[in-house]
Every structure is written in structure tokens, then in C-alpha cells.
Design a protein around this ligand. Structure first.
Ligand SMILES: [Zn+2]
Length: 409
């Protein structure tokens, strides 16, 4: 966007708040309401893109433009472009930043010169769709960053949350390292970003650079929130199906050991597997797709949403462990739905890491040591120092029964 003079700016205001400025190519600017980094990030994670996503999916399926034939009529691309350009308007109110970025990127994309090749129209159409998917893709990454950084981390410090992120996504952590902001005078700071992910990584760096607000995950609804006090807070203030999370949550708390429930652990493992599948599919070249299990962003997203809703039903005792596992195992990955036997077939974390990265090297991949919260019945939630070897062994334990793995005799 910098090439045409348009861009995203983030300007510091009072009280730890920042305002996003949409800088248009003609020099005009629009200031969005100020928010703290924690507030802005939670809003981004929660934006509902479902109707927008449905429309993109419709374009993919309705336009024969994307079928493999060489004589695509120009009129098809014109119809397609006319329809595609209407889609960002669905985001104008709920995601003004996404709306702005799409406008700039689409504008650039349409300047692309026809290279005379037969596949030009096909490529042009696909590029437009990829641009339209940018807000959704960005949200998926952000949701995964949140899951890895804020889930089960309420009793930790900002530093420990950042270290956890670094241990899972080192490349992401490098880009949102709060150390990058050291030495920048705090007040009136202005930053610029080139795309949506860049903006949110910047917000993350600013978030980790302060400790007035922290982000945590509600143990009941799994939504993210900012606790009002320093006291460890388990539930948010949302009201789900007419009941405040606090009320439902304390019932669930009485049912001791539920958090360590095997079915919930299996749910988490399945989710990790689906995400790895999504990343592999996304990064693969089109000709490699036939060798992979298909998992595009919309398949991944509907898997996650189905699992989230089933998990809540399970926590409300509306599903047995077996029904819960049956409901989330839409791709038939589990060997059995019986508690204690519901083991994932094949693939372990270890195998997945190796499979997803040819240059995978345990020495550089795992930190020398890190602090982990031990939830085994023996340790009852104490922090322990885990070495690189310990982390590797943990990832390799995929072929044992859950009973062995989690020490439930
Ligand atoms: Zn909640």
C-alpha cells in the first residue's frame, strides 16, 4: 500500500489507548475510535465474518472462471469482478480496517496488466478471491495466537505469556516482541502497518509491552476478556443462553477434575491436528493438494465452531463424553469414543511437526527450558521447569493411551 501513498497508521492517545488511522492515497485520513491494544485485539478475534465468508464461498462455486479450461470468456471475469467488488461493503461497519485494506489491495490488483497468457483471467480472478479472504485468514491466525498465548495462562505474567507464544510460534513472536518497542519514548507514538496481520502483530507487541490490562480466556464460554482486577479471574461477564458464565462456571467448577477431563483433552488435540492440516493445505502448491487431506479456511473454521458449541453442550451436561467425542470427530480420526480409549489415530504432535517442516530441528525448535503449568493430579497445578528434552518427550507421547499419558489410574 505504501507504493500508492495509502496506509494504516496506529497513533497513541491518552491512557494507553491507540487510534487506527486510515490514510487514503489522496492524503485524506479517517481516525477510528481509540482503544487499548487488548480491547482492539479482542474485537478483531471476535468479529463475525460468517455472512461475508458465505458470499466468498458462493463466488468460488458459482463462477466457472475457476474451472480448468483455457478459453475463459472475458465477460465472465467482468461479471465476477463486479460481484466481488461488492463484497467488502459487508465489512464496512463491523470491520472498517478490513474494509479499508481490501479497498486498497483490490485497487492495486485491478491495475495488474494483462500479460496475454491464456491463464491470465484465471489468475486475476483467483488473486481477487485471495485478497477478499485476507480478513478471514488474518482472524484465523490471530485466533490461534490467542489460543496458544492466553488459554490456561491466567495465573502467569505478561512475560510468561509472551514466552509461551515464542515457544509455539517463534516467527510470530519475533514480529511482536515487546523488546522492539524498548527505547521508543512512550507518548504520541505513531506506527505504520502494511496489512491486517501487521497491524495486529503491532497491537500484540504494544499489549505485551504493558501490564495494566491482561487478556484471559473464560473457562466456561471460551471467549476472551480483560479481567477488571489483579485477582485471578476464571469467567467473563457474558451471558450465554440466559445464564452468566460465572453462574454456569461455578457449577462446572464443583464438578472437580472436569477441566482435566480426557474428552476435553482429546478435543484440544483434534483441534491442533485440524489446524496443522489447514496450515499444510494453505502452504501447499495447487499441484500438491491431491496428496493432502483438504482443509481450507472455511472447513477449518466450521470444524472449530462445531467443536466449540459441542464443548459447551458437554460442559452443561447435555452430552455424555462419548456423544461429545462423536460430535467433534467429523473427520473420523478417533479410534474409539470410550473414555480412556479415545486415542487419536496415527499422527502425534511430534510427527506433525516433522511432517510440516522439512528443516525441523528439535535443537532450535524447542527452547532450552521453559516454565509449564503441571495439571497432573499429583502436581495439582504447580509450575515446573521443563527442559528441551522434556518438551520433546511430551510431543512424542502420542501413541500411549490417555490413561497412561495423564496418569489416571
Ligand atoms: Zn464466558
Amino acid at each position: 500500500m505504501t507504493t500508492i501513498g495509502a496506509g494504516l497508521l496506529l497513533e497513541e492517545e491518552d491512557n494507553g489507548c491507540f487510534s487506527v488511522i486510515l490514510h487514503y492515497a489522496d492524503g485524506t485520513e479517517e481516525h477510528l475510535p481509540a482503544a487499548t491494544p487488548a480491547e482492539a485485539l479482542i474485537t478483531a478475534v471476535e468479529t463475525d465474518y460468517s455472512d461475508y465468508r458465505r458470499e466468498i464461498k458462493r463466488l468460488w462455486t458459482e463462477y466457472p472462471l475457476f474451472e480448468e479450461h483455457l478459453d475463459i470468456p472475458t465477460a465472465d471475469l467482468e461479471d465476477f469482478v463486479a460481484e466481488a467488488l461488492l463484497l467488502p461493503s459487508l465489512l464496512h461497519v463491523k470491520d472498517p480496517v478490513g474494509f479499508f485494506v481490501l479497498g486498497e489491495f483490490l485497487h492495486q490488483s485491478l491495475q495488474m496488466e494483462d500479460d496475454g497468457s491464456a491463464s491470465f483471467l484465471l489468475k486475476a480472478g483467483q488473486q481477487i478471491l485471495r485478497i477478499l479472504e485476507e480478513p478471514i485468514r488474518t482472524q484465523i491466525y490471530l485466533r490461534n495466537i490467542f489460543e496458544m498465548t492466553f488459554d490456561g495462562m491466567e495465573r502467569t505474567s505478561q512475560r510468561e505469556r509472551f514466552e509461551k507464544l515464542r515457544s509455539v510460534y517463534p516467527d510470530v513472536a519475533r514480529l511482536c516482541d515487546p523488546a522492539l518497542l524498548d527505547g521508543v519514548p512512550e507518548s504520541g507514538r505513531v506506527f505504520s502497518a502494511h496489512n491486517l496481520l501487521g497491524l495486529y502483530l503491532l497491537e500484540l507487541a504494544l499489549y505485551f509491552h504493558q501490564d495494566k490490562q491482561r487478556i484471559t480466556r473464560c473457562e466456561y464460554c471460551w471467549g476472551y476478556f480483560i479481567p477488571k482486577t489483579k485477582k485471578a479471574t476464571r469467567y467473563c461477564d457474558r451471558v450465554i443462553d440466559g445464564f452468566p458464565c460465572k453462574q454456569r462456571g461455578s457449577r462446572f467448577q464443583r464438578n472437580e477434575g472436569r477441566e482435566k477431563d480426557e474428552a476435553l483433552l482429546v478435543c484440544k488435540q483434534l483441534r491442533d491436528r485440524m489446524y496443522a492440516r489447514f496450515l499444510r493445505y494453505k502452504d501447499a502448491l495447487p499441484e500438491e493438494h491431491s496428496r493432502l487431506v483438504p482443509m481450507d479456511y472455511s472447513q477449518y473454521d466450521s470444524w472449530s465452531e462445531n467443536a466449540r458449541l459441542a464443548r459447551m453442550e458437554y460442559l452443561r451436561d447435555e452430552l455424555t463424553a462419548e456423544e461429545f467425542l462423536r460430535k467433534i470427530d467429523t473427520t473420523h480420526e478417533l479410534k474409539s469414543y470410550e473414555t480412556g480409549k479415545a486415542e487419536l489415530a496415527e499422527e502425534t504432535v511430534w510427527q506433525r511437526r516433522v511432517a510440516s517442516d522439512l528443516t525441523f530441528d528439535p535443537e532450535s525448535c524447542y527452547p532450552k527450558e521453559t516454565m509449564c503449568l503441571d495439571l497432573s493430579p499429583r502436581a495439582k497445578g504447580t509450575w515446573e521447569l521443563v527442559t528441551r528434552d522434556g518438551l520433546r518427550r511430551h510431543d512424542q507421547r502420542g501413541h500411549q493411551s490417555l490413561r497412561e499419558k495423564y496418569g489416571k489410574a
